[in-house]
Design a protein around this ligand. Structure first.
Ligand SMILES: Cc1cc2nc3c(=O)[nH]c(=O)nc-3n(C[C@H](O)[C@H](O)[C@H](O)COP(=O)(O)OP(=O)(O)OC[C@H]3O[C@@H](n4cnc5c(N)ncnc54)[C@H](O)[C@@H]3O)c2cc1C
Ligand code: SF4
Ligand code: SF4
Length: 547
């Protein structure tokens, strides 16, 4: 018997270190780790001890004899990974627990942004005795995109927040939510009180297509649509025209597949999730029958992961369509890289192509090798025109009222923090923020997560990204490169409260959390939580003005 890693793996590699026979790959030290779609267990070496299953924070590991329905395919996917990457057991560098120098026993670090990367950074810092962490977020709620991005039907993925809650509850981690860098506090302020500042503000802006009609009403970023259905306070008042039969999504990463699932699936599939009530109501009356996902390149370069494509094929009442003529040449060509993920995509796409179209009344259609030329309409979107990237003379216009661009997130500039407008990230060298000329590290300033590396990778990718940044801080501290802050012996709380009297501390967040869970439990169809989506409601509960 073996254990199997299936859908939902967030690549945090927690399972790797607990495996007594070292049979989970790739490991963070392996070159393939950064681009791996997920981790895999070698069935020939697994001794069936279940340690990894108990360790996994998102319940992505299963006993092969007890696989949840629809996930059987992952048994083969795990085994095939090792056919292409035979297991080699090698010694990995083990890191001992850090200690602060005896002469400087106190290190205080501010982290701005309490998303996945900020929480992982807090975790890596707070385990070291003598370290104090101040964790800020501009919202009254922590967890960034885990709360406001990850799809409502990915509740197991969201359960990583249980691990982060333990971090927030550590006595040396102090939460200051509803406090915004650039509005209530500045980098200079923070350096008065802390040795170092980590900027982990994520990516809250969009890449643009740069084509005519992009700004017409009816053309939005997938980011806005995701923030709307997830109840992000900044987008709760948005509305999207779901009366047309066809919605066009540009870009084919996992965000596009999330959005396609939300649009194509029956809304009742979300009734027991934390999707907002207003989004479920809007989807109930939706006229959408086809979601078309269009991308410039071919199947080998498709940005989605095999497991998310496979998840679409398991949806009830939804056909997945891939046109044979758009992938067969790619599939027949020798693999340009030996990526296990590419092989998996080719295999699955080939199988989908030859499937008989079912009798479902909704479908998700993939189109490859087409680039958008213009979004058309007088006062709002009426259609979109694509050009074939194989034959530029071939254009195709598709009638639609809603175009969603899922071509990537980018970081927006944060006041007082260097910014690379080309890459849409904070310029850095292994997490040390550098000036835009990339020559000088800015003393005391660090970054992590999507703001550091761009909007790529899953939640667990940020763990290793944050560990790299935290290691840089410890090295700089040990080498005396960080100035002792003027207010090191004073409480940070008083200073923050003087800037933002409505600050939400850990107790405040736990009040919001408990109230949301209670509302969820009391809903006609019980849910894990019913989120507050207005800042006023969050503050009212968080500040203790309402039970
Ligand atoms: C739609 C979508 C679905 C996804 N689904 C999955 C999935 O199923 N599985 C998976 O593993 N990964 C998924 N991801 C990826 C995952 O969400 C990211 O890898 C991860 O959230 C990045 O973490 P981060 O900390 O860099 O950014 P974020 O999570 O965005 O956190 C940034 C935080 O900074 C705060 N902030 C911003 N500016 C300021 C400021 N000026 N002052 C104070 N605070 C500020 C924000 O409020 C936010 O809380 C998904 C991503 C998206 C967009
Ligand atoms: S079940 Fe045990 S031996 Fe098998 S992969 Fe998990 S930790 Fe390793
Ligand atoms: S989520 Fe983490 S612990 Fe779970 S299988 Fe993936 S890498 Fe392993």
């Amino acid at each position: 018997m073996t254990y199997v890693i299936a859908k939902g793996c967030c690549n945090d590699a927690s399972c790797v270190s607990v495996c007594p026979v070292d049979c989970i790959r790739p490991r963070p030290s392996d070159p393939e780790f950064k681009t791996a779609e997920q981790l895999y267990i070698d069935p020939a070496s697994c001794i069936d001890c279940a340690a990894c299953m108990w360790e996994c924070p998102v319940s992505a590991i299963h006993d092969e004899n007890d696989m949840p329905s629809g996930l059987d395919i992952f048994r083969d996917i795990n085994a095939e990974y090792f056919e292409h990457n035979p297991l080699r057991v090698t010694e990995t560098a083990r890191t001992g627990r850090r200690k602060l120098p005896e002469t400087r026993p106190k290190l205080r670090v501010a982290i701005v942004g309490a998303g996945a990367s900020g929480c992982y950074a807090a975790e890596a810092l707070a385990v070291v005795p003598g370290v104090e962490v101040s964790l800020f977020d501009r919202l009254p709620t922590p967890y960034g995109l885990i709360r406001a991005g990850v799809a409502p039907d990915h509740q197991k993925t969201k359960s990583i927040t249980k691990q982060f809650e333990k971090v927030l509850k550590r006595p040396n981690v102090h939460s200051y939510f509803n406090v915004e860098l650039g509005k209530h506090i500045t980098v200079e302020d923070l350096l008065e009180w802390h040795h170092a500042v980590i900027v982990s503000v994520g990516a809250d802006d969009d890449r643009k297509l740069g084509i005519p009609g992009e700004d017409l009403p009816g053309s939005y970023s997938a980011r806005e649509f995701v923030a709307w259905y997830n109840g992000s306070p900044s987008h709760a008042d948005s509305s999207f025209d779901l009366t047309g039969e066809q919605v066009v999504l540009i870009g084919n990463g996992n965000v596009a597949l999330d959005v396609a699932r939300v649009l194509a699936e029956r809304p009742k599939a979300f009734a027991a999730t934390d999707m907002t009530d207003y989004a479920i109501d809007a989807l109930e009356s939706s006229g959408v029958r086809e979601v078309m996902i269009v991308a410039r390149r071919g199947i080998d370069e498709a940005a989605f992961t095999t497991s998310e494509l496979h998840a679409l094929t398991e949806l009830d009442g939804v056909d997945v369509v891939i046109r044979k003529e758009e992938v067969e040449a790619d599939v027949a060509a020798p693999l340009s890289n030996d990526s296990f993920g590419t092989r998996g995509k080719r295999d699955l796409a080939s199988r989908i192509c030859v499937q008989e179209s079912g009798d479902a009344d909704r479908k998700i259609t993939f189109r490859f090798r087409h680039e958008p030329v213009s979004i058309n309409g007088d006062t709002e979107v009426e259609s979109i025109t694509f050009r074939s990237t194989l034959d530029e003379s071939v254009e195709e216009t598709i009638k639609t009222r809603l175009v969603l661009r899922a071509i990537g997130y980018r970081t927006s500039p944060t006041p007082g923090v260097p910014f690379d407008p080309k890459k849409g990230t904070i310029p850095n060298d292994g997490g040390r923020v550098v000036n835009v000329d990339m020559e000088h590290a800015v003393q005391g300033l660090y970054c992590t997560g999507w703001a550091k590396r761009g909007a790529t990778g899953v939640i667990g990718t940020s763990k290793w990204c944050s560990i790299e940044t935290v290691n840089a801080i410890f090295e700089d501290f040990e080498q005396g490169l960080l100035r002792d802050p003027a207010a090191l012996d004073e409480e940070v709380l008083g200073f923050v409260a003087s800037r933002q009297p409505e600050l939400i501390d850990l107790e405040g967040w736990l009040r919001i959390d408990a109230a949301e869970r209670l509302r969820g439990a009391e809903a006609p169809t019980p849910k894990p939580r019913r989120k507050f989506h207005s800042l006023a409601d969050m503050l009212s509960v968080g500040l203790g003005q309402r039970a």
